[in-house]
Design a protein around this ligand. Structure first.
Ligand SMILES: Nc1ncnc2c1ncn2[C@@H]1O[C@H](COP(=O)(O)OP(=O)(O)O)[C@@H](O)[C@H]1O
Ligand SMILES: [Mg+2]
Length: 270
């Protein structure tokens, strides 16, 4: 990494509390983080540790109860709908359940055309839009001609997941939050999905943030790792530092579940 690392997303004391009184849940508890442009980041923790809640705050889908989030070094301002829409040109997400990402009533064409519109291409000639959609679909090994006039729910889980990545190809966000993106699919397409995301990182300079319970995946893909337990970051640093020389018992426990972490992963056999 060069000396002039640029901050893309950072936070100080970011906290989310759900409910009040005895029903209070502190889902995210005063986390600090510095995510740099071009770095591959993983946030790792068990189910219920607060990963998705943090992702939703980073996206601006829910408000933080306390603390501040900074985008490209400046305090984030997404107070109005217009500012939020502008922010969403820079940060996008793919979620665990691809189906939840789609509005059931929109055909695939609409899903993809919306992405082109968001990037300011709403008035392009129709043929050019079709060419862009065709390119995005072929990037993820889908055929646009076979998808046109269909609904996302008519696709298989793996195809839906790839359609999500086709959206990202069109949207070209600066930051992509991938919340357990590969947990629904088999190991083979998992490698393909990761490969596509890495290719997007190189081609469009996107900073991917992986959110996962799988510390093996985190080691395999990331530069920096943040370990999350009960809403807190208990350990963070370079992937080698955190995973090969863990200090926290929680990190060691997560690593116990991964038998082959020290060996080079051989994706040809998965
Ligand atoms: N909308 C909500 N209302 C109340 N509690 C919530 C809500 N969303 C999440 N939680 C709680 O916050 C904690 C963290 O959840 P979550 O962020 O989904 O964890 P993870 O993604 O790591 O599994 C859990 O205890 C969960 O029950
Ligand atoms: Mg989650």
């Amino acid at each position: 990494m060069s000396d002039e690392k640029k901050l893309c997303l950072s936070g100080k004391g970011v906290t989310k509390v759900f409910g009040v009184g005895r029903r209070k849940t502190v889902a995210v508890d005063h986390v600090d983080f510095n995510f740099y442009e071009g770095e591959i980041i993983s946030i790792v923790g068990e189910s219920g540790s607060g990963k998705t809640t943090l992702a939703k705050m980073l996206l601006g889908l829910i408000n933080e109860t306390e603390g501040d989030i900074y985008f490209q070094g400046e305090k984030r301002d997404i107070g109005s709908h217009r500012k939020k829409k502008k922010y969403w040109k820079s940060i996008q997400a793919i979620f665990q359940d691809p189906f939840s990402a789609y509005n059931t009533f929109n055909k695939i064409d609409t899903v993809l055309l919306d992405c082109i519109r968001m990037r300011g291409g709403g008035r392009l000639p129709h043929e050019q839009k079709v060419a862009m959609m065709t390119e995005a679909c072929s990037f993820v090994n889908l055929k646009f001609a076979e998808l046109t006039n269909k609904y996302p729910f008519e696709l298989s889980g793996g195809q839906q997941q790839r359609l999500m990545i086709a959206r990202i190809f069109l949207l070209k966000p600066k930051i992509l939050l991938a919340d357990e993106p590969t947990s629904m699919i088999d190991a083979c397409s998992r490698a393909t999905i990761l490969d596509m995301l890495m290719q997007l990182r190189d081609e469009i300079g996107m900073t991917p943030i992986f959110i996962t319970h799988d510390i093996g995946l985190a080691y395999y893909v990331s530069d920096s790792v943040y370990i999350m337990e009960h809403g807190r970051f208990v350990e963070s640093g370079s992937a080698d530092e955190v995973i090969l020389r863990p200090k926290e018992p929680y990190t060691k426990r997560l690593l116990n579940d991964v038998p082959k972490i020290y060996e080079e992963w051989d994706l040809s056999t998965v």
